[in-house]
Every structure is written in C-alpha cells, then in structure tokens.
Design a protein around this ligand. Structure first.
Ligand code: CS2
Length: 495
C-alpha cells in the first residue's frame, strides 16, 4: 500500500485530490504555504484541533502554515517526516468515519535534537504566533497557585543554560530575547492547554521565568508580549494500531500517525494579537474579549466529569469512557455532579448549561471513540485543581454541599494508591507519582491516614482545603467507602 505523501495524492492546478474519493484532501497549493505559527507540543490534540482550523484558513491565506515542535517525544517527527508531515484526521461517531488529509503542518522539529533550529525559526519575523499544547505539567508550575515552580529541574536547567532551554517557558523567553536583540517584534503566545485562565497563567509563568533570567527582559515582555487566552475543546484519544489499520482501509494510504476524534470541535479565542492573526472566525472559532467564562465552564463541566469518570470508571473495571458512562450508576453520578454541584456556581443561564450538559453526556457516550479512562487519569495532580477543586472552593464558600465533587477527589486518592479493586497494580502516571506512592505505602489502607496525608500535597490542595473540616471529612468518608465497598457501590450511595 502506498505511503501517505505529497507524491501519492494527485495534484492539479486547483490543488490536491484524493484518488480514493472517500477522503477529503486540502485544496490549496501546499508549495505556496509559508510558516506563520510555531506550535510547541505537537501531539494528537493539536493535530485534531488547531491544525485543522489552520488547514481551513490556508485555503484563503497561505501565510499561516505551522512548524510544530515536540518537546519530549521524538516519535512525531520520525513518523511524519517520511510522509511530508501530512496526516489523516478520522472523525468518528456511531454513524461512521470520515477522513480528511491535513496539510497545515509544514515541518515538525524534535526540540531536543534541533533546539538551535527551533529557536532560529521562532526568532524569525514571519512567525507571529507561538501556540502551545504542552499539557498541564509542561508549564513547570505549581498547579494550586498557578505560579512558576522555580525549583523545577527543567527551570533550574534553563536558568543555568539559557541558550539551551528544555522547558516551554525557557524556550519562549529565549526566542523573545533573540527577537528583541535583532529588532524583531515579539510573537503572541497562545496557550491551548486546559489550564485555568490559560493566557494569564502563561503570562505569569513566562514573565516570572524572564525575571529570574534578566529583569529588564521581564519588563519588556510585560509591556510587549500578548498572551491571548483560549478555550479549546475536542475529544482526541491517543492513536492506536487499530486506528492506523482503520485509516489504511478507508484511505488506501499507509499513515504512520493518523489522529482519531469526534465530530464536535470548539475554539474560543481572546482577540489579542498585536502582530496580526489568521481569520479564525472565518473557520468556526469564536473571537471574544473575555474567554474566562467559557474556559471555566468547559474545565469544570467537561474535564471535571472526565476526571471523575476516569478514576471511578477505571476502579470499576471500565477501560473506556463510553463504557463507564453507559453504566447507569456512573451516568447518574456524572449527571448529578454537573447539575447539582457544578452548574449552580457557573454564571451562564441555566437553560444554556442544561443544553451543554446534555451534549457532553452524548459526547462521552460516543461508542466509536476508544478513550481510555487510564489516559484521562494521567497527571491528576496537575488537573484536579482546575477541574474539581475550584468548584469545591466556590461551594464551600457558600456553605453548599460537595458530595459528588469530593467523591471525584477521593477516587483520585484511591487510584493513586497504585492498587486496583482486584489487587491489580495500577500504572500511575503523574509528575508526583513517586511521592504519591510513598504516601500510599506509609499510610496503608487506613482511609483517615491516607486522606490526611494526600491532603498535605499542597501543589494540589493548597493550604486552605486541608484545613476545611467539611471537605476533609467528606473526602475521608468517601475514601473509606471506596476502600471497603468499591467504586460502584460508593457512587450508587452518593447518587
Ligand atoms: C481529558 C481532555 O485527557 C484528559 O484529561 O479530559 O483531554 C479532554 O478530552 C479534552 O479537554 C476535551 O476537550
């Protein structure tokens, strides 16, 4: 079977057309596209989200091609380089699969091997936006406070070797410094990660890093660099070999790294791009002056439900989200979590939130997406604050109940003990995994000792939550039940 590559998709004067007729192929002249964006962290999510919007934009404006960089995994460049950085997007739901070949990514650099090249490209005047999907932990911050973690090994490395940075903040600051020295105006820095106030948080982290490196540069960044906030949404499970096979059968081309996603996609962007931007609104993105209400709604409704389902679902033996939500006990719990606990402390009209909730429940149930509970369970220490604990704080401040939210938190604690309900080992992936494992070992299966020790992890819970008796007691009670009766029985009792 031919490999996916420019030479294997037929071209004529109006662009490229697929031979198979079953796949859609970009219609612009790819040779005329020039880079305008550098994207840090080019994983499956970016390729199913922003890169697709840009693919649509390139038909009208060829100056916004993307140069991607992977900061950790070298595999993306290796997989995509032989296929001219083209890849297949497979959109799936119960009604079927629709494939399209995306051409907006012009190159992918392996930041570890090609650091100089990456910085040189970022310093070039044609680049006007540097966007990021480096996941929560890529910001090297304290998740509870949103501040740069100055003791983080990557940050320490980058402060000692500023010309050879490995962290996202270090790379961004170095590139801005190179531009400043050569008289090139800075790019806008656009976070597309699921962080609370992601623009403002990125601004704080980058400026703080610069302050430690060179206070004058920090002042320059504070004055001249825009950090637009975004709300991004599309469910994109990690690509599997079965996905590669499926795409091969449909597209008739061998694609080393396709991405599989759902039909739904949403992008809300704060309109703050002093050096210009692509016409995002022309391809379905919403441009707003304040992205925060959208972001908060999405993090607390979608991601809060996701994490709760991931921990409870995994413990209950469900491999995929669609299986977990098909269990009436988990469905009721998640429905109740959103309706009774999250929605009342969001500022949107009730009817809008109800619609949003119902749509989410449908998206979770998409049987064609194999979204592993284990995948979502990853990096819980980085996710819990914005997904569950913000709502917890808002409700506690009003003296309101937190039964279901506390169950999500207790399920995380139960999960990170590293031992499942059948005594099976759980592969806990988390930057704090070693510490969480030590806590579990030292506390045994005593719910009260376990909960107290986990609550002392201040990067997650801050200092206020461990001191709150209502929160501590509710979490401890749920953890006790999870250990004694299991996830499903506990969720049933909470309702
Ligand atoms: C998920 C998100 O992996 C996770 O933690 O909750 O990646 C989720 O699928 C996206 O935010 C959906 O937009």
């Amino acid at each position: 079977m031919p490999r996916l590559a420019v030479e294997n998709i037929r071209s004529d004067s109006v662009g490229f057309h697929s031979d198979s007729g079953q796949i859609r192929v970009f219609s612009y002249d790819r040779a005329a596209v020039t880079p305008g964006i550098v994207h840090l962290g080019i994983g499956a999510f970016h390729r199913a989200h922003m890169a697709v919007y840009i693919d649509d934009i390139l038909a009208q404006n060829p100056g916004w091609g993307i140069i991607g960089a992977s900061l950790r995994r070298p595999g993306t460049r290796e997989a995509l380089a032989p296929q001219d950085f083209l890849y297949t997007l497979a959109v799936r739901d119960a009604s079927g699969t629709r494939c399209r070949i995306v051409g907006s990514v012009l190159d992918v650099l392996d930041a570890n091997m090609q650091r100089r090249q990456l910085l040189d490209i970022m310093a070039h005047s044609s680049i006007r936006i540097v966007s990021l999907t480096v996941t929560e932990k890529g910001y090297c911050h304290d998740p509870a406070t949103g501040e740069l973690d100055t003791g983080h090994p990557d940050i320490r490395h980058d402060l000692d070797h500023p010309g050879d940075p490995v962290s996202a903040p270090g790379i961004i600051v170095q590139a801005i410094e190179m531009r400043r020295k050569s008289g090139v105006v800075p790019f806008a820095v656009m976070s597309c990660d699921n962080l609370p106030s992601n623009g403002e948080t990125t601004r704080r982290i980058v400026t703080r890093f610069a302050e430690l490196y060179d206070p004058q540069l920090a002042g320059y960044i504070a004055k001249n660099v825009a950090f637009p906030g975004t709300m991004v949404d599309r469910i994109v499970p990690a690509t599997t070999d079965a996905d590669r096979q499926m795409v091969k059968e449909i597209a008739g081309l061998d694609d080393a790294w396709p991405v599989v996603t759902e039909p739904f996609t949403q992008w809300v962007i704060e309109d703050r791009f002093p050096q210009g931007r692509p016409p995002f609104e022309a391809v379905g993105a919403q441009m707003v002056s304040d992205v925060e209400p959208f972001e908060r709604m999405k993090l607390r409704m979608l991601n809060g439900s996701h994490s709760t389902m991931a921990y409870l679902g995994y413990l209950a033996g469900y491999q995929y989200v669609s299986e977990a939500i098909a269990d009436p006990v988990i469905h009721k719990l998640v429905h109740g979590l959103m309706t009774e606990e999250v929605m009342p402390v969001l500022p949107m009209p009730r009817a809008d939130l109800e619609r949003y909730r119902d749509q989410l429940l449908e998206r979770f149930a998409n049987p064609a997406l194999k979204h592993r509970t284990w995948q979502i369970a990853m990096d819980g220490s980085q996710k819990l604050p914005q997904r569950l604990l913000g709502t917890v704080r808002d409700r506690l401040a009003k003296g309101q109940g937190i039964q279901r939210l506390a169950l999500g938190v207790a399920a995380w604690m139960r999960y990170v003990t590293g031992i499942g309900e059948k005594g099976d080992p759980i592969e806990v992936r988390d930057p704090l995994a070693a510490r969480l494992g030590e806590i579990a070992e030292a506390s045994g299966r005593d719910a009260s000792r376990l909960a107290s020790a986990f609550l002392c992890v201040s990067e997650v819970f801050g200092t206020d939550l461990p001191a709150n008796a209502a929160f501590r007691d509710t979490v401890t009670g749920h953890l006790e039940s999870l250990l004694a009766k299991g996830a499903l029985e506990t969720a049933r009792a909470v309702g």
